[in-house]
Design a protein around this ligand. Sequence first.
Ligand SMILES: Cc1cc2nc3c(=O)[nH]c(=O)nc-3n(C[C@H](O)[C@H](O)[C@H](O)COP(=O)(O)OP(=O)(O)OC[C@H]3O[C@@H](n4cnc5c(N)ncnc54)[C@H](O)[C@@H]3O)c2cc1C
Length: 391
Amino acid sequence: MKHGKGIIIGGGIGGLTTAIGLLQLGLDVEVYEAAPELREVGAGIWLAPNAMSILGRLGVANDVMEQGFQLSKMNLRNARMGIITGTDQTYIREKYGFGITAIHRARLVRVLAKHIPEHRIHLGKRLLRVEEKNDKVTAFFEDGSSAIGDYVIGADGIKSKVRNSIFPDASIRYSGQTCWRGIAQVNGHALNGIEASEIWGKGKRFGISRISEEEVYWFACRDAKRGGQDEHGRTKGILMDMFKDFSEPVMTVLRNTSVDKMIRNDLDDLLPLSTWSKGRLLLIGDAAHATTPNLGQGGGQAIEDAWYLHCLMEKEMPLTELFNQFYKLRFKRVNDIVKRSFMMGKIAHMKVGKRIRNTIFSMTPESVINKQFMDMYQVPEKEIILSQSIG
Ligand SMILES: Cc1cc2nc3c(=O)[nH]c(=O)nc-3n(C[C@H](O)[C@H](O)[C@H](O)COP(=O)(O)OP(=O)(O)OC[C@H]3O[C@@H](n4cnc5c(N)ncnc54)[C@H](O)[C@@H]3O)c2cc1C
């Protein structure tokens, strides 16, 4: 079997998409996920056209679209709901074949898992550490079991244990912003014609997106010290007070969300690593290059990693060399996105010069805005990736 047995740690967006891509090459891979069941936490997600086109190439996009909501527009608004600027997703769909799909995270993970034979996904397997010896890698799990393979792909998220095993000095950076998320039971018609919008205020913002006929995904971010927590059961009240100066449908969305379904995370990214692999161990997705969510690209970049591996692992070359090539081909693009996203978070929460910022954004022609996204939404076909790689 080409490349031997592959162990993927983490059954999130990156790990599952990688498994799909590698299984399609006929490779022998298995996924080990810490959770006892596949249930992505974190409410909803926007899958950008680059992510969707890869899912299309892997034969998964139709299932994802069926379970999600195709956005036709995405607007940036002020707290009074006035449109600052926006992107026409119909135009983007015509250009790239896909627009943004908004989907419940749990549904996305279920759809991805459906494309992987059940016996290749092991649940309740929390990795403690990995060890490489004599061209074999062993993954040790919390339940006392272990798995031996020829390589490990660490897709275990921003707090990656695989990364800790090989790059213990990697640094997570706090953005200075915390974020609440939830799913509201709200009919799309109650949103006053809004499908998806990010609403910018002073030191805070609110995002709204339909994900089905009866559900709306929302997020609320504000500047905050690291590690803050809400008193149990108080989150809804806190958010309603925090966003009371924002026009409807913000209050409707909050009112229609069950408080125990609201989650809160600080927004972090990962400072760039000078490589993503060591020997037969490779990091992908958030484990390698976690980004703040301000461009809606973290999941997209994990999916792009899966695509590049699908293309490169077709080659008969030593894995260590292949993993080096993966980094060389991916690093610049990913790092640009991490940097732009961090900056976008700061711009969104500006306290001084907010009006000028909004005016500049609103005067920027849609064609210029669309152009900004062009690079981000384009992903090379397999032939191009193979021609860019050496050997
Ligand atoms: C507020 C917010 C909003 C976001 N919105 C978007 C968006 O709209 N669009 C977008 O593209 N991205 C978005 N992102 C980013 C996106 O969620 C991540 O980039 C994406 O989930 C990364 O996928 P991953 O598979 O690398 O890691 P994860 O999704 O974190 O998956 C890691 C998996 O590994 C498992 N795991 C962890 N530790 C272990 C262990 N020790 N052993 C075994 N398994 C383990 C976890 O249980 C999990 O299933 C957002 C992020 C945040 C915080």
